[in-house]
Design a protein. Structure first.
Length: 84
């Protein structure tokens, strides 16, 4: 499963390192369908990832004044910038 971050029209993609069967995926909501533990856990991980992205974005805007999708992705995935 892939995640996508878009800032000012620029996209950065990353892997959530999760798999979901296509029959268990709701494209419209961007969530797993069903009440099984696997779907509940996956949806929880998606929500936590989204909240982490919002937190990273807010912190970067407050401290740096600007942010890119790639910077958010790198912070989220633990990639250390060589220019920092």
């Amino acid at each position: 499963m892939m995640g996508r971050i878009t800032v000012d029209g620029v996209v950065a993609q990353f892997s959530l390192k999760e798999d979901v069967h296509p029959d268990c995926w709701d494209k419209k909501s961007g969530r797993a369908k069903g009440k099984a533990r696997a779907q509940i856990d996956l949806n929880r991980k998606i929500e936590q990832t989204q909240q982490s992205i919002r937190n990273i974005y807010a912190r970067m805007v407050d401290t740096v004044g600007y942010v890119t999708a790639e910077q958010i992705k790198n912070e989220l995935t633990g990639v250390v910038s060589k220019t920092a």
